[in-house]
Design a protein around this ligand. Structure first.
Ligand code: MLT
Length: 255
């Protein structure tokens, strides 16, 4: 097994990720929001990079089953129904809905990795479920951290390191790792004992506290609180069980 890691999406490209097993991590907050929404019964998440694409796609889809969600500068986008706080994605709001999600960093990472052979969405809240999926059927994998405005983010890197540690501890031979993967594992060894404290002191965590969204940090730092496995198929993220049932859903191409 080989583990590669990119601290920001710009370190890689769509072709390099093609046909790989890719794990996208955006702890604050897109991963956590996606995992929460699907846990609370959202039918699917459609990640898109731009507000214009989100509006256009929603216009092409039918009915009252579509919600627009996302943020710019951490705040809800004008005209959207939901921001990017996991707390907003309650069962009452999202059950049965398809959510078109556009966020500053997380959506970009997801769209960049859309040609992966398989793509899992990971945060602290579902890390054990992702680790289980990876070691039960051992294969090489690549972690893409969303980062923060084009720069490395502490919380994504520590989460990546925790995932690597868990997979490596699951038995078998020590995986071969890129330097990025080794650095992330070291970061987790250093900061992993106090996840909420680490998140609160991170650049993105401080910014969210400044704009009154500090409560999200606790939700995003919960470990294994939402044991589900979101995965991308086509342009749509669903829970693995949903994929296996092949439930009909809303599919659309970003243009
Ligand atoms: C992102 O995708 O950039 C983040 O989720 C930003 C945020 O905290 O809302």
């Amino acid at each position: 097994m080989r583990i590669d890691l990119f601290f920001i999406p710009h370190q890689t490209d769509e072709l390099a990720l093609r046909e790989k097993t890719v794990i996208v991590i955006d702890v604050l907050r897109a991963s956590t929001t996606i995992i929460t929404a699907l846990s609370n019964g959202a039918r699917e998440i459609i990640p898109v990079t731009t507000v214009e694409s989100a509006v256009k796609i929603s216009g092409n889809l039918f009915g009252d089953v579509i919600l627009l969600g996302g943020e710019r500068n951490g705040r809800m986008i004008d005209g959207f129904s939901l921001g990017n706080s996991p707390a907003e994605y309650t069962a009452e709001r999202v059950r049965g809905k398809a959510i078109i999600l556009s966020t500053t960093n997380g959506s970009q990472a997801l769209v960049k990795a859309r040609y992966a052979r398989e793509l899992f969405v990971c945060g602290f809240v579902n890390i054990g479920t992702v680790a289980d999926a990876l070691w039960r059927t051992p294969r090489d994998f690549t972690i893409v951290c969303a980062g923060n405005d084009g720069a490395l983010s502490m919380e994504d890197s520590v989460c990546a390191g925790m995932l690597i540690s868990r997979v490596a501890a699951s038995g078998g031979a020590e995986p071969e790792m890129s330097d990025g993967a080794l650095v992330a594992r070291t970061l987790h060894r250093t900061f992993g004992r106090g996840i909420l404290k680490m998140i609160r002191s991170s650049e993105h965590g401080r910014r969210l506290q400044e704009i009154g969204m500090g409560a999200d940090l606790k939700l995003c730092s919960g470990i294994d609180t939402l044991p589900v496995l979101p995965l991308l198929e086509g342009n749509v993220i669903k829970l693995r069980d949903e994929q296996e049932r092949k439930a009909p859903g809303v599919h659309s191409q970003e243009s």
